[in-house]
Design a protein around this ligand. Structure first.
Ligand SMILES: [Zn+2]
Length: 251
């Protein structure tokens, strides 16, 4: 059954009521860049943008250029570049295009001092190989579902690990074991909405207001208070996405 249409205004209000003061909307293809920027402009300072070309789109569009990404990076509403990265699970036939696109994102982001939002699936070795070539690059592995080794190597390269609703799933024991050991100053929480709603709202359409469920679950793994996870992950997000507008005093 299809769920009713919700407006951005309603989603933002619901998120703010849940204590979520800042949201990054992710524009993953050229035709999403302008609408996402318009949304952020209309809802500043609550909404900011990460923009790029998703690896699954990498061979469907012309290779992204440094000029295009450089122009995005100059926009103050853009706080990161991506999603970019490598997905050999869904799109194993476009490895070369994905890698070329990923490298352009990394190059421009490092030059601009912006972080990259990385999507990686079934491509750990090649993802790490690219990241090693861009030392000093700020990045997060978004919606992390990788191995302990990937987490360790990403952390050693200065990266952040972002956990989405998947970590709350009953069958995600391996991921939970990794999450338990992550350094608290390098972890982010996200929704990846509208996908992957966390427990206890799994199966429903995901929304930014659900991100506290991920934090609460993590608090259980870390055996700390949920407010501590909220504070740590918020601090981490502002450190990584340094262009995000100042922390709100009203949430
Ligand atoms: Zn992704």
């Amino acid at each position: 059954m299809e769920e009713p249409v919700v407006t951005p205004e309603a989603l933002i209000a619901e998120a703010r009521a849940a204590g979520v003061g800042r949201m990054i909307t992710v524009a993953c293809a050229r035709n999403e860049w302008a609408p996402s920027l318009a949304l952020a402009e209309a809802h500043a300072p609550y909404v900011a943008v990460a923009a790029g070309i998703h690896p699954q789109e990498a061979d469907k569009e012309a290779l992204v250029t440094a000029e295009e990404l450089g122009e995005l990076a100059q926009n103050p509403l853009v706080v990161g570049l991506g999603e970019t990265g490598l997905d050999y699970y869904y799109t194993p036939d476009s490895k070369a295009a994905q890698r070329a696109s990923f490298e352009v994102h990394c190059h421009v982001a490092r030059t601009a001092g912006l972080p990259v939002v990385i999507h990686t699936r079934d491509a750990e070795e090649d993802t790490l190989a690219v990241l090693r070539n861009f030392s000093g690059l700020a990045f997060e592995l978004h919606c992390f579902t990788g191995t302990a080794r990937l987490a360790e190597e990403a952390l050693a390269l200065g990266g952040y690990i972002s956990l989405a609703g998947i970590v709350t799933f009953k069958n995600a024991k391996d991921l939970q074991a990794i999450a338990r050991t992550l350094p608290q100053n390098r972890v982010l929480v996200e929704t990846d909405a509208p996908y992957l709603s966390p427990e206890p709202v799994r199966g429903r359409r995901n929304a930014p207001a659900h991100v506290p469920h991920v934090g609460s679950f993590l608090a259980g793994l870390w055996q700390v208070d949920p407010t501590e996870v909220a504070e740590k992950t918020t601090e981490n997000a502002f450190r990584l996405f340094s262009r995000l507008p100042e922390r709100p005093c009203d949430s």
